[in-house]
Design a protein around this ligand. Structure first.
Ligand code: ADP
Ligand code: MG
Length: 220
């Protein structure tokens, strides 16, 4: 758990990113089961529910994420299950409710992150999502500000680059969309020095676009 005033929720983080022109799967906060169902009905199914708390950093680790919910009954059940697993894992945590968002189609999973280096200041990281980044540490870094040219190079630098080009029948990821997203994140970070850490993990990349499905911002 982190100090609650420093961690922005996914809903708050995505709202800031959206305002900065960074594509996100928009999430809405529901403070009750009833609200979660009515937001889902408005949004259209399938939806995803996630715990919303400034004290829960890794939502899925403790049963805080329910994917692919196709009707109101499933949403109601998911709401109760999320709350009870989180209360068990973090008995002290204050829970705002759940975020509701559309279930995104599968894409190539990539991540973009920002952390601050004591010498160089904000540094952006790019890599493929999932185990490739965790186990193989197949990532590239650039110091902010990251130009379009830097973004181009940092994407091509990772060993997993062929995966982005489309591998064994898998759809390719739009490299121009990823370059644009990285430059926008760099500009966002530059304009907001109060951001200590940022994580877009994962971003789903498609042949024509790239969208962040999860976002986390930590303030100084
Ligand atoms: P956390 O990283 O806090 O555990 P995430 O929001 O990243 O939680 O959700 C966990 C996983 O669920 C993601 O890595 C992604 O594969 C999947 N996921 C999350 N949100 C969506 C969404 N809107 N559409 C499709 N899949 C999603
Ligand atoms: Mg995540």
């Amino acid at each position: 758990m982190v100090k609650s005033q420093n961690l922005l929720t996914e809903v708050e983080s995505k709202a800031l990113l959206k305002k900065a022109g960074i594509p996100v799967v928009e999430a809405k906060l529901a403070r009750s089961k009833k609200e979660a169902i009515s937001i889902s009905n408005e949004m259209g199914f399938p939806v995803v529910l996630k715990v919303s708390s400034t004290e829960v950093v890794h939502k899925s680790d403790s049963g805080g994420v329910k994917l692919g919910l196709t009707n109101a009954t499933q949403v109601g059940k998911a709401y109760s299950e999320i709350l009870s697993s989180i209360k068990q894992a973090y008995p002290q945590a204050q829970i705002d409710g759940v975020s509701v968002q559309p279930m995104a189609a599968p894409g190539v999973e990539v991540i973009v992150g920002m952390s601050k280096d004591p010498q160089f200041g904000p540094v952006l990281m790019f890599g493929l999502g999932g185990i490739l980044v965790e186990v193989l540490k197949d990532v590239s870094f650039r110091i902010v500000p990251v130009t379009a040219r830097d973004a181009k190079a940092m994407i091509r630098e990772i060993k997993g680059y062929p995966v982005l080009e489309g591998y064994r029948g898998q759809e390719p990821a739009s490299i121009p969309a990823l370059e644009k997203l990285i430059v926008k994140v760099s500009q966002f970070v530059e304009k907001n020095p109060q951001i200590r850490e940022l994580d877009l993990n994962p971003i789903f990349a498609y042949p024509d676009k790239a969208v962040a499905v999860d976002a986390r911002i930590i303030l100084e």
